[in-house]
Design a protein around this ligand. Structure first.
Ligand code: CUA
Length: 325
């Protein structure tokens, strides 16, 4: 009996019912609709379950035997057809009326997201901008208004999902898909690739930050600015190593000679909450380990390891990168 109870409780413990990656703790208008749908569906399912089990209990334990033909027919038609049809029909009508309309409305800030193996390029296109503000692996959105997200993928299908803000939308190579999101409160959330895309699919996450519009505007302006020059001897040595080791062939650090577009833009790397697309904390030690051997954390990653560097060199590189706020 105890074991059966434990098995019944387990799914609820395993479900992330709250926190920064939960549909059931909504922070966006679309996620609110999904959360409402879940609870109404659950309530409908509970009513049906109780009713059907009540009938079974009645027939097996309470009803006089043998059960007359009339009574049996009434039970089967009423309990097995009419009642479920009414409940399921009501749920269907409710669900269809509440389907969140995530199709792009054409309004608000345009954010373009491109999925790579296994990271995200993020471009912000404010009204009238001739070139985007480029970032990676973290998406920021203003609260209280809709933002339009256009999605594309480099090589295989991925899926863009921030459970706390709304539903998911696939990113398909060669085809643009769109969705729109409207955060209702400021906070920090987690997004995740929701379509199997290769060996590191599970490690393809991203940060999502929602901010009041004025704060967002200030952040976007700072994000558009070039990188701060390195401060101190170690960071300056790291900046030189960054270029001499060829990091700039793949990564851009605006304001320096590094202008690669193969990997994530690192101009304001250290202002992001996570490293390596949501899988490591933005800390110097993690950064050093990542640069030394990325495949240890993310199998199939395209970035080569730099384990030929000495500890002092890795430390200098990490100092430089941690200064890119
Ligand atoms: Cu990208 Cu799964």
């Amino acid at each position: 009996m105890k074991r059966r109870a434990a098995i019944c409780v387990l799914p609820f413990l395993l479900t992330a019912c709250a926190g920064e990656q939960s549909v059931l703790d909504p922070a966006g208008r679309d996620a609110q609709v999904l959360s409402d749908l879940f609870w109404v569906m659950l309530a409908g399912a509970v009513v049906l379950w109780l009713f059907v089990n009540g009938l079974i209990f009645y027939v097996t334990r309470i009803a006089p035997r043998p059960l007359g033909r009339r009574a049996a027919e009434a039970l089967i038609i009423g309990g097995g057809v009419v009642f479920p049809t009414i409940v399921l029909g009501a749920l269907l009508i409710y669900a269809l009326s509440e389907m969140p309309n995530q199709r792009a409305s054409g309004e608000g800030l345009e954010v373009r997201v491109m999925a790579h193996q296994y990271w995200w390029r993020v471009e912000y296109w404010p009204d009238g901008a001739s070139e985007p503000v480029i970032s990676a692996n973290e998406i920021r959105l203003p609260t209280g208004q809709r933002s339009e997200i256009t999605l594309n993928a480099e090589r295989v299908i991925h899926s863009f999902w921030i459970p706390a803000l709304g539903g998911k939308t696939d990113l398909i190579p060669g085809r643009q898909t769109r969705m729109s999101l409207e955060p209702v409160r400021a906070g920090q959330f987690r997004g995740q690739c929701a379509e199997f895309c290769g060996e590191s699919h599970a490690y393809m996450a991203f940060g999502a930050v929602t901010m009041p519009p004025e704060e967002f505007a200030a952040w976007l302006e700072a994000e558009a600015a070039p990188a701060k020059p390195p401060e101190g001897n170690e960071a300056t040595r790291g900046a030189a190593l960054f270029l001499s080791e060829g990091c700039g062939a793949c990564h851009a650090v605006r304001g320096t000679a590094a202008s690669g577009a193969v990997g994530p833009d690192l101009t304001h790397l250290a202002s992001r909450r996570t490293l390596a697309a949501g899988i490591l904390p933005m800390e110097k030690a993690a950064l050093r380990d990542w640069v030394s051997d990325p495949a240890r954390f993310k199998p199939g990653v395209e970035m080569p390891g730099f384990d030929h560097l000495t500890d002092a060199e890795l430390e200098a590189l990490a100092s430089y990168l941690m200064g890119l706020t």
